[in-house]
Design a binder for this molecule. Structure first.
Ligand code: PMP
Length: 364
């Protein structure tokens, strides 16, 4: 019997069990070095290898083109909210943002702290962010420095399955914090992708940044902090200071795990099949109410509720007692949220749906 529960947390979230077991060993003694992985010098040969392998495996898993850089940066995705305008915007420039949820809005609000004009190309706030825009609804800017969108809205449970259309020639940045490497990526449509690690990749506090060289070269980092400069990060191999070596190590292990699982196509198929019984059940229920419209819903986060808040609370309490943990929805929308990233097991969805059936039967 495992002593682990089904952890539906939105992040930090469940990690692959083989990765955790390997990390347990490596924390004690990394590869026979006699030193634990958190005790290795970030300039030593062991860490050189960890970094090299993490980058190589990241490239292999994502099929990352050669003219893209793989960077590991600190401060999570929120630091990226600042890095984007700091590197690419400025006086006389405009940036486009698509506001499809709390995190997309926060990214846009952070850009407003910097010089330059921030254009909201679409806002779903008036509709409680329950759907995504069609390209025809976007009011984008000719010549913008970039367009930023959030591919998976972690709180609302909506997910772009396509890349929205920017004005001609405008670089596109994707916040993939909660759906990074959950499915294959078409790099031809993008110029940069960033993701906080704590959902699909590793521990919190670190961000994976994939950036096209031609876009990186456009950045102006004269007046910004060293730690926020994409050019510095690229030149200094993501270690201008002492980096979060453990996060890079763990992400490296997760990339190896994805390879062992058959790669991103297999992971995507697994994710789609995994969440289907949950959506099928919600669709067939007159009791549970989904937050997102059917065509835009996410394969990573499902947000739903019961007919009232008291029942939501009871649901969360009873689920917790059954080992179905951290199902409470984000404080901004309430209800429940099941976050089922790559490492979340299908058995956990079966257990959740069984519990939902029973709860509906007892409370409808
Ligand atoms: N973007 C998205 C889509 C997120 O879900 C989150 C975190 N939940 C963030 C950005 C912010 O990430 P961090 O907490 O690592 O700054």
């Amino acid at each position: 019997m495992s002593d682990r529960c089904y952890n539906f947390s939105a992040g930090p979230a469940a990690l692959p069990e083989p990765v955790l077991k390997q990390a347990q060993k490596d924390l004690w003694n990394f590869d026979g070095s006699g030193m634990g992985v958190c005790e290795l010098s970030h300039r030593g040969k062991e860490y050189d290898r960890i970094l090299e392998e993490a980058i190589a495996d990241c490239r292999e898993v994502g099929n990352v083109p050669d003219d893209w850089h793989v960077l590991f940066m600190q401060g999570g995705a929120t630091m990226q909210f600042a890095c984007m305008p700091a590197n690419f915007s400025g006086e006389g420039k405009t940036t486009d943002y698509i506001d499809t949820g709390e995190w997309a809005r926060k990214a846009m609000e952070e850009a407003q702290r910097f010089p330059g004009t921030v254009n909201c190309a679409f806002s779903g706030q008036g509709e409680n962010y329950n759907r995504l825009p069609k390209d025809s609804e976007l009011k984008t800017t000719e010549g913008a420095a970039y367009l930023q969108f959030c591919s998976n809205n972690t709180i609302m449970g909506t997910e772009f399955k396509r890349v929205p259309k920017a004005a001609a020639g405008v670089p596109i940045i994707r916040d993939a914090s909660s759906d990074m490497y959950s499915r294959p990526i078409d790099f031809s449509e993008l110029d940069m992708i960033y993701a906080s690690a704590q959902k699909n990749l590793g521990p919190s506090g670190c961000a994976l940044v994939l950036i096209k060289d031609s876009f990186l070269q456009k950045s102006d980092d004269k007046h910004i902090a060293t730690m926020m400069s994409y050019k510095v990060m690229q030149k200094k191999e993501s270690r201008p200071n002492t980096p979060n070596t453990f996060a890079v190590y763990l992400m490296g292990q997760v990339f190896k795990w994805i390879k062992a699982e058959g790669g991103l196509k297999a992971i995507e198929k697994y994710n789609e099949e995994k969440i289907a019984p949950l959506y099928d059940f919600i669709d067939g229920s007159d009791f549970f109410i989904p937050h997102a419209v059917t065509e835009d819903r996410s394969i990573m986060n499902a947000s739903f509720r019961t007919p009232n808040e008291e029942l939501d609370k009871l649901f969360i309490k009873q689920a917790e007692a059954k080992g179905l943990k951290t199902l409470a929805g984000h404080r901004s929308i309430g209800g429940m949220r099941a976050s089922v990233y790559n490492a979340f097991p299908a058995k956990g969805i079966t257990a959740l749906v069984d519990f939902m059936k029973q709860f509906e039967h007892e409370n409808a």
